[in-house]
Design a binder for this molecule. Structure first.
Ligand code: SF4
Length: 449
């Protein structure tokens, strides 16, 4: 069986015109699939240094979870099982595949898109009792929050978490909220219900919490309870505008880069964007820092997008005169500033689609997505800015073996790896999501297949 590394490297070599080295960011990727699967770290593409935290949902269930019989199946056998289960389940099943997912999984997806597009896509299949989400944990949670009561959301591998989402947990955010309440003089326990802003037009709260979609359900619920809102990478600016109309400042978590890049583009000076480090008193700030703050940035990041550098952009421009550089806003600010364009996964997809045949485009986002775009547009030269192959390895935990196992379970009437958000948490999280939808209606794009 080919290794994970060989598949990624092979895909990159075949689909890009770059002469950059196709090495991987961690030797773990060269391990056989099931050895890699059992490694007790987030692994490359998350953070090679991060050991999976105990509080990560179902972290302890990862190693050896997939029955041995499925680990031993050939690719052909897994394929046959997946196809047979899909046929048998028909409209009762919808499979969602994130843009960053490996090709062997995307091949079976009914919809391909980003996390929010996929959660919405599931709503277009009212007959689907089972929503199999080939993404990561927070995405499956969001799908469950938005799904009907009688729909079941399955995450094929429960170890598919997101290191960025895990950088902000409920306890740390609650603790930060209490410290901020002392500084700004508000009652941290006060809850802001769904209609509060309508009943109190023009009143500004001291702090509006804004969470990126890439966060766990408890944090979305925290925002729902405290007058806050959810944002995606495509609507972050509109959401921040919404928040500034209703609050003096914003606490933005977990991704500092999306918060900083978005607020900077809106004209907020960097001095008014202090970082909040949850391991330090007042987040590592003075009261004076917080007095002038407009956006308080949580100390979180995506380990995949953090790897992109301005040196890579310089190298791409030197090697490919005329190259256009487009990056995701989870990249550090200097990278976004040096790029020709920055935006969500959907923006990057459109940027490539709209480019003239013959164009050369360097992309700063997850390598599976870049390779797929290169394969879809063979008349353009498309390559990943990072010469080192570094996939989102938590997303990569979804292997056809897990997909076959969960689908076989559905055929046998068993919900394997179901994600259920606590109903009270879901109610509050829905308030924050609905505020986002009201502020920034999201067209259903992404790809139906
Ligand atoms: S690419 Fe980054 S933010 Fe997205 S799921 Fe992977 S680790 Fe999380």
């Amino acid at each position: 069986m080919t290794s994970v590394a060989e598949r990624i490297a092979g895909s990159a070599t075949a689909s890009t015109a770059q002469s950059l080295a196709t090495t991987t960011c961690d030797t773990d990727l060269a391990e056989p699939t099931w050895v890699f699967d059992a490694l007790p770290t987030y692994g490359p593409g998350a953070s090679v240094a991060d050991v999976i935290p105990a509080e990560t949902p179902n972290a302890t269930r990862r190693p050896g979870q997939l029955p041995l019989a499925y680990q031993k199946m050939s690719e052909a056998e897994l394929h046959e099982r997946i196809v047979a289960a899909k046929e048998k389940l028909g409209d009762k099943l919808v499979i969602l595949g994130h843009y960053y997912q490996r090709d062997e999984i995307v091949a079976y997806a009914d919809f391909v898109g980003d996390s929010f597009q996929l959660a919405n896509a599931a709503l277009t299949r009212p007959d689907a009792e089972a929503i199999v989400f080939c993404g990561v944990h927070f995405m499956a949670e969001t799908a469950d929050i938005l799904a009907r009561e009688d729909q079941h959301v399955i995450l094929p591998n429960l170890a598919a978490g997101c290191s960025m989402a895990d950088m902000a947990d409920e306890e740390s955010v609650e603790a930060a909220w209490e410290e901020l309440a002392e500084v700004y003089g508000f009652d941290p326990a006060v809850e802001i219900d769904a209609d509060w802003f309508e009943r109190n037009p023009g009143v500004k709260l001291p702090v509006i919490p804004v969470t990126y979609m890439n966060s766990n359900a408890a944090l979305k619920a925290f925002c729902g309870r405290h007058g806050g809102i959810v944002c995606t990478s495509s609507n972050a600016r509109t959401v921040l505008e919404w928040a500034f109309e209703r609050g003096e400042r914003v606490l933005f978590f977990p991704d500092q880069h999306l918060g900083r890049n978005t607020a900077k583009a809106m004209g907020v000076p960097l001095e008014q964007m202090p970082m909040w480090n949850p391991r330090k008193d007042l987040g590592g700030n003075t009261e004076a820092d917080l007095d002038v703050a407009r956006v308080i940035l949580w100390h979180g990041f995506c380990s995949v997008h953090k790897r992109f550098t301005t040196a890579q952009i310089d190298a791409a421009r030197a090697a490919h005169p005329g190259v256009q550089v487009v990056v995701h806003p989870e990249c550090p600010m200097p990278v976004v500033d040096a790029a020709d364009a920055a935006g969500s996964t959907e923006l990057i997809r459109r940027f490539v689609a709209d480019a003239a045949p013959g164009s050369t485009i360097a992309i700063g986002t997850e390598v599976n997505m870049v390779n797929r775009l290169a394969a879809q547009h063979p008349d353009r030269t498309i390559f990943c800015l990072d010469p080192v192959i570094c996939p989102c390895s938590t997303m990569y935990r979804i292997h056809p073996g897990y997909l076959a196992w969960t689908l076989d379970g559905l055929v046998e009437g068993e919900w394997r790896n179901e994600i259920r958000v606590d109903p009270e948490v879901a109610t509050h999280a829905r308030i924050a999501l609905e505020r986002m939808l009201a502020a920034a209606p999201q067209p259903l794009t992404g790809g139906a297949r």
